[in-house]
Design a protein around this ligand. Structure first.
Ligand SMILES: Nc1ncnc2c1ncn2[C@@H]1O[C@H](COP(=O)(O)OP(=O)(O)O)[C@@H](O)[C@H]1O
Ligand SMILES: [Mg+2]
Length: 155
């Protein structure tokens, strides 16, 4: 299992890193974002959307009333999910996650741990920690060969 740790010193740096990472992502890739509220997960997904040239990438927000936001208006669609309010178990199963995991776009999932049993084994985990007011430490953990390849290409 390959892991990488980076320090991100502003929201802008977090978005730039996500933009760079997006160029190594392909349809079917799954990113699981973990970390407390305010640790930078949504900020990171905004950077992904910008990198994927999703027109309203700057408008990406955590899906509050829906668990899933689809941004399909780009060459590589982005499915942004936030399971913070998801009850574990049957509610997760009723989301139809399978459809999103069939390879038609990239899945970026905040609070993925609430539905981890429904995710593929091979995904790239991104753990965010608040180091100071404007600094976030991001720990990237590859859970299989595809996500290891993403990390190797990226660094
Ligand atoms: N280095 C950084 N990276 C990301 N966000 C940061 C950073 N420094 C400060 N912030 C701030 O922290 C907050 C992160 O919020 P958000 O991305 O919505 O977190 P989450 O989705 O994890 O709850 C934003 O207000 C952002 O401006
Ligand atoms: Mg969020």
């Amino acid at each position: 299992m390959k892991t990488v740790l980076r320090s991100l010193e502003s929201p802008d740096q977090t978005q730039k890193m996500a933009q760079e990472l997006s160029s190594f992502l392909e349809k079917g890739d799954v990113l699981g974002l973990r970390g407390n509220l305010g640790s930078g997960k949504t900020t990171f997904v905004q950077g992904l959307a910008q990198g994927l040239k999703i027109l309203d990438g700057y408008a990406v927000s955590s899906p509050t009333f829906a668990f899933i936001h689809e941004y399909a208006c780009s060459k590589t669609p982005l499915f942004h999910m936030d399971f913070y309010r998801l009850a574990e178990g049957s509610e997760a199963e009723s989301l139809g996650l399978d459809l999103y995991l069939q390879g038609q776009g990239i899945c970026a999932i905040e609070w993925f741990e609430k539905a981890q049993a429904l995710l593929p084994k091979d995904f790239l985990e991104l753990e965010f920690r608040v180091a100071s007011e404007n600094t976030r430490d991001i720990h990237m953990i590859a859970h299989g060969p595809r996500s290891q390849k993403i990390l190797s290409n990226f660094f």
